[in-house]
Design a protein around this ligand. Structure first.
Ligand code: SAM
Length: 313
């Protein structure tokens, strides 16, 4: 039995907001062809000519533009000062049925009932950009009964993975490099102090995970048209049986965001690359065999993972 314990705190909301002022962030999102094609396909399939749409968090205005090609009217809202770009690009591209408004969605009172909310509020850890609070708030105040949310179906995962050898970063005290043994630091309290909450996590790009060792199951799965904030569990106790033997390097976090008409945006670490990265909760689990059982507790809101146990067969 091995035991690892850690937690990680949420990026604060203000930091997220400032990060979206960064031009490069918007360029990266627009360059994500997987993301853009999923939205274009779903908006084309699901938005109707009589619809009034709110694009919650319009950024560059791209989703408002796509919705405007299909809908009667679109309200493109964003809290960021970057909204000047959306306003100008939509106006000069003759998107005449789009109204651009700088506002936080929680203060937005649409002038007419809303048939569709379009959004891209998914953080790499799904909930870490305030997705649930902002969508539920706008939905409950503004969406018509039977109204639609694009994307609607959300699933969050944290599963055991092996990394490609060139992506591994061993813990310092496990290093014996070129004859130098860092294990001598193992009991040093000054090192222990450096292992704060953030120490235990890192991010990887698609392609750095070699294999997922379990049969993935969502920690939480919810429908944005019906979920209430109180429905989200505070913690989930996960049990996973290892189905592929390998080195247990980490638990990898990913999400799926599904549209009613079919497209599913996934950040599965072996799926086609998107701009989202995968958060990794680092483990030094060593080798695991088929049939070994892994237990861990996931804090769902401010994502954290605690009490990891491996029971070897
Ligand atoms: C991930 S970006 C998506 C931008 C754009 N929709 C796209 O798909 O390229 C999220 C955007 O939502 C905005 N945002 C986040 N929370 C918001 C809120 N509560 N009200 C209004 N805008 C918000 C951010 O400023 C940012 O521009």
């Amino acid at each position: 039995m091995r035991n690892v314990r850690w937690v990680r705190s949420l990026l604060d909301e203000e930091q997220d907001r400032r990060s979206y002022m960064r031009l490069f962030g918007h360029e990266v999102m627009l360059a994500d062809a997987v993301r853009m094609e999923a939205y274009e396909t779903a908006i084309h399939a699901e938005v109707r000519p009589t619809d009034v749409v709110v694009d919650l968090g319009t950024g560059t205005g791209i989703l408002a533009y796509l919705a405007g090609r299909a809908a009667r009217h679109v309200y493109a809202i964003d809290a960021s000062d970057f909204i000047f770009a959306a306003e100008r690009v939509l106006r000069l591209n003759a998107a005449r049925n789009v109204t651009v408004i700088q506002t936080d969605s929680r203060r937005f009172e649409p002038p007419e009932p809303v048939d569709v909310i379009v959004h891209e509020q998914m953080g790499g850890e799904l909930l870490n950009e305030g997705l649930l609070e902002t969508i539920v708030d706008l939905r409950d105040r503004a969406l018509r009964p039977g109204g639609r949310i694009l994307p609607r179906h959300m699933r969050l995962y944290a599963e055991p993975v092996s990394l490609r050898p060139d992506s591994r970063v061993p813990f310092l005290t496990d290093q014996r490099l070129m004859g130098l043994d860092f294990g001598v630091l193992r009991d040093d309290p000054r090192l222990t102090c450096l292992r704060d909450e953030r120490y235990w996590w890192r991010e990887v790009q698609t392609g750095e995970v070699d294999q997922v060792l379990s049969d993935p199951q969502p920690l939480v799965a919810f429908d944005l048209t019906s979920i209430q904030l109180r429905d989200l569990p505070v913690t989930v106790d996960a049990t996973r049986t290892i189905v592929k033997p390998g080195a247990l390097d980490a638990l990898a976090v990913w999400f799926e965001a599904g549209f009613d008409s079919g497209p599913v945006l996934t950040t599965h670490p072996l799926a086609p690359r998107t701009h989202w990265k995968n958060a990794l909760f680092r483990l030094a689990g060593g080798g695991v065999a088929g049939g070994d059982v892994l237990r861990y507790r996931v804090r769902v809101g401010a994502l954290g993972i605690e009490d990891v146990h491996i029971v070897s067969v």
